[in-house]
Design a binder for this molecule. Sequence first.
Ligand SMILES: Cc1cc2nc3c(=O)[nH]c(=O)nc-3n(C[C@H](O)[C@H](O)[C@H](O)COP(=O)(O)O)c2cc1C
Length: 233
Amino acid sequence: MLKAISFTSFISYTEHKHSLLRENDMIVQLAVIYYSATGTTYQIARAMEQGGQEAGAEVRFRKVRELAPDEAIASNQGWSQHRLETQNVEEAALADLEWADAIIFGAPTRYGLPAAQLKQFIDTTGGLWAQGKLVNKVVSSFTSAATAHGGHETTLTALNNTFYHWGSIIVAPGYADPIQFQMGNPYGTSFVSNNGELDPDETTLAAARFQARRVVEIAARLKGGSGELSRTV
Ligand SMILES: Cc1cc2nc3c(=O)[nH]c(=O)nc-3n(C[C@H](O)[C@H](O)[C@H](O)COP(=O)(O)O)c2cc1C
């Protein structure tokens, strides 16, 4: 009888341990990777982080390395101030991409394209890409721009061009939530900053939180689904 009890408790202990492991396996790992010179895109990135956490993800919040010369940064008070304020934010590394189930990228619009700092980081992913390590990652993107017609969509779709090469799964916010009809950009959260003079409003931040939640929820479905997704690399 004693033996039977110990065996039963052993089984239930093992099941408990496995169910805890399964639970941990299901937690989505989200990397929010951004560039921001004067802080507008950074604020949207923080809302993405919050949305991801609200959806239950483990979030890594990372800035990409600054490339501009110190003199250029020093000549712009907003830029140098933001750099100082975010000096303790960890820099993105390739290991963050490998770790993540889902990645949200953000950069200000520069001449209708993502800022070079983010593109430079993206251009270091050749090794991961060659090993197929970006295949089936859930990805999404956001931006800020000075004007309404300054290139929000072109920046976001330019990022998507990279994601097609990676074989990642692009999750756009679409109009999948009422907040999208207010924010107005189905490609990804974006904000008209009037050259950094305006801070993202509550509609933009709420849309960002929604976008991150959606990314995490879809990544969770993929992660929790039975069977591996097909990839042969
Ligand atoms: C070199 C440069 C190019 C820019 N190009 C555009 C552009 O094509 N369209 C636009 O609307 N804003 C453009 N902007 C403005 C920034 O996209 C905008 O101020 C953005 O909100 C800044 O984000 P940040 O505060 O995160 O750096 C440009 C800014 C710089 C410095």
